[in-house]
Design a protein around this ligand. Structure first.
Ligand SMILES: [Zn+2]
Length: 201
């Protein structure tokens, strides 16, 4: 096998191992039926039990990827032993990096894009809005790109940036998908949107 072909197989392995563990988060909730309770992306989402539940689901998919990553790791071992070593090595490098990346959270690294604390904060705000003790009499908290604000009085209620919430992305196919892949679910904060809650993304 030529050197060029080996490099090609290596990067093919890397690409496969980038995609496979992220399948739960990339695909599971993107179909239409899953998002009937939410306005289309990128509109702000009203706080509701559905939203809290969605955050918890996204969190589950995030950690589920540590189980799914066993597939490219296993395929990598098999490939190195009996198949194409360059391909297997690519799978291993990429999956190994993925596992380290996820586990660094336990040694003080960056927290996941979706956490239980996030779900709790959303639910607390939603409950307070129900009791009308939040900002105005018709409090209607919505989660925009840069934070949670009231759709009625426009007050910023929390500056928690909005991560990906599993809604189908608008726009031409590869761009939304690639954006999602590179952001890995983390909020897409742009410099332009640091004033208040503009809906740019
Ligand atoms: Zn209000």
């Amino acid at each position: 096998m030529s050197f060029i072909a080996s490099i090609g197989y290596f990067f093919f392995g890397v690409a496969i191992a980038v995609l496979v563990p992220r399948f739960p988060f990339l695909l599971m909730t993107r179909t239409k039926g899953f998002n009937t309770h939410f306005p289309p992306h990128p509109e702000a989402i009203p706080l509701s039990p559905y939203l809290t539940q969605r955050v918890l689901h996204m969190r589950m998919f995030y950690w589920l990827s540590l189980v799914v990553v066993v597939l490219p790791l296993g395929l990598g071992i098999a490939s190195i032993r009996w198949g194409n070593a360059a391909f297997g090595f690519g799978l291993w490098v990429s999956s190994g990096w993925f596992v380290l990346n996820r586990l660094q959270y336990f040694v003080g690294g960056q927290p996941p894009p979706w956490t239980k604390e996030m779900a709790v904060e959303l639910q607390i705000l939603a409950d307070e809005a129900e009791r009308s003790s939040l900002c105005c009499n018709w409090a209607s908290p919505h989660w925009g790109v840069t934070g949670i604000y009231c759709a009625n009085c426009n007050k910023l209620l929390s500056n928690m940036a909005r991560p990906d919430l599993g809604r189908k992305r608008q726009g031409r196919w590869p761009m939304g998908f690639l954006r999602l892949l590179f952001s890995d679910g983390y909020p897409m904060l742009t410099f332009a949107s640091q004033d208040g809650h503009s809906e740019e993304e």
